[in-house]
Design a protein around this ligand. Sequence first.
Ligand SMILES: [Zn+2]
Length: 139
Amino acid sequence: MEQAVFESVRYSAVCHNCGAELECWGTQALTYNGLEWDVESACSACGSAVAACGGDIPTERREQMLSEHGPARLEVSSPPTQSVAIMRVLRTELGVDLAGAKVLVRRVLNGGYSGTLPEMERLARKLRASGISAVATRP
Ligand SMILES: [Zn+2]
């Protein structure tokens, strides 16, 4: 069983209950279910606390995560002969078409494919499950 990988960002929003500033803590996690986005928030004024789970990470939070923690890179050390197998994983996991997968596989093999750590770790695990030697790294 591989370990869960997660990364969090803190941000503020407006409390639905009283309109005061709400402190939120968003976490992107890679669990056995795949990628999950959870938000916990607590209002310092009225004490209202909310926890929300599921759904995709909002673009704004993803950008915040990348700028605060830095992007992680997907490193594949397989020979180019495995690029078809890599493309198959990318198509399944990212839902891209053949043309998109061809562009992506080049980026992956050049070490130019990056994202959040949980996202890269998820792909690295899927690639390893297909016999491709891959790791998620952060410079
Ligand atoms: Zn409140």
